[in-house]
Design a protein around this ligand. Structure first.
Ligand code: CA
Length: 376
């Protein structure tokens, strides 16, 4: 710990010195990219909102940093710090915004809902887009542009970088057989999912990752959602609850983000900007792909172990939650103009994709659903 603090202080001291030299020389960090020296070296720091060694996230972020170093032939190197190693996990946005000690961060936009309510659309909203829909909205719709407008006042440039895929509905110690069972349900479920549950008559309670297991195991809460089989089992949630519900209606896909301090970004020559942009997209594809595979493996293992009961939410429970989600979103839109505007764009895009889905992937999947039903 002591060595870490010393390292931290030394790093900060060097940075202050560097900033002093930079300002003293009249360089500043706001020089447009075209004026940056073509061979100037950049040593950046990146902080994440994830615990150290979080499976998949940690590997992909480390590989992203290595790819940037390789592609830039060492001109831009990125040192990665997990949550708590340099700053607390939930201070990533502020740290990148100030740009004093770090230039980059990795997290999820809904963590910053307190500052930017509409940011939630850039990660996950109940009954919202799946991962492929989210990717379409980002790269071929207005998603990324709207996102950049939302973060601009904070001097932050966001990039999509990964997706958890569809999450699980959560771990329950009581069965949810009908909408009435949601009444008074005490559940760890953050953000708009929590607000939706409250609309449906339940209580959402927030615990950080480390406390979820204890709260559930001791019966302080009836239920808790986290991510999916891979990360949930790591947290020991399969030993704290009897029923594992699906699907994750509250997080039909959760997009993760790379955020870059805009002033630092503008100090980079154009080719380094292109390298970051390209490497982030590639890392995002890798992260989502690995989440799908690792969740599938963890799910099969869990199912075969037989120590938890896997249960699908009944249709009427999902319909109740869906109606509650609409009311929760209406309430948020009434409070924040940005939320209102982004929601309109998001929902129009979702409706467009839904029309196409009915005759493409949706129709294709329907065949297998019916075939499975017929075999039962
Ligand atoms: Ca979750």
């Amino acid at each position: 710990m002591f060595a870490f603090v010393v390292r931290h202080l030394l790093g900060y001291g060097l940075l202050v010195l560097y900033m002093f030299l930079l300002n003293g020389c009249g360089g500043g960090t706001t020089a447009p990219s075209s004026e940056a020296s073509a061979d100037q070296k950049f040593k950046w720091k990146m902080v994440t909102a994830w615990p150290p060694n979080l499976p998949v996230n940690h590997d992909v972020i480390t590989e992203f940093a290595a790819a940037v170093a390789t592609m830039s032939r060492g001109q831009l190197t990125i040192q990665v710090f997990a949550g708590g190693e340099l700053i607390p996990a939930l201070e990533v946005f502020d740290a990148v915004s100030s740009g004093k000690t770090v230039q980059m961060g990795h997290g999820a936009a809904y963590y910053w809902a307190g500052k930017v309510p509409a940011a939630q659309f850039m990660s996950a909203v109940p009954f919202g887009l799946t991962a492929s829909g989210m990717s379409a909205w980002m790269y071929a719709g207005d998603g990324l542009k709207l996102w950049r407008d939302l973060y601009a006042p904070f001097d932050i440039l966001p990039f999509p970088m990964g997706n958890t895929g569809t999450q699980m509905g959560g771990w329950f110690n009581k069965r949810i057989d009908s909408p009435a069972d949601l009444q008074g349900l005490k559940m760890r479920i953050p953000g708009l999912g929590g607000k939706t549950l409250a609309e449906a008559g339940g209580n959402s309670i927030l615990y950080s990752g480390g406390l979820v297991y204890t709260a559930l195991e001791r019966g302080i809460i009836d239920a808790a959602e986290w991510v999916g089989p891979l990360h949930d089992v790591r947290l020991g949630l399969d030993r704290a609850a009897k029923y594992y519900y699906y699907p994750g209606w509250h997080e039909p896909s959760t997009q993760l983000e790379l955020i870059v301090n805009k002033t630092a970004w503008e100090s980079l020559p154009k080719h380094l900007q292109t390298i970051i942009d390209t490497a982030a997209t590639a890392a995002g594809v890798a992260l989502h792909a690995r989440m799908e595979v690792e969740n599938a493996k963890a799910y099969v293992k869990l199912r075969e172990s037989g120590h938890v009961e896997l249960v699908q939410f009944p249709q009427d429970v999902l319909a109740t939650l869906h109606a509650s989600a609409k009311r929760a979103l209406d309430a948020e839109a009434g409070k924040d103009e940005g939320f209102h505007a982004v929601r309109d764009n998001y929902e129009a895009f979702r409706d467009l994709l839904d029309s196409w889905d009915q005759v493409s992937e949706g129709a294709y999947r329907q065949y297998f659903e019916r075939a499975t039903e017929e075999r039962k």
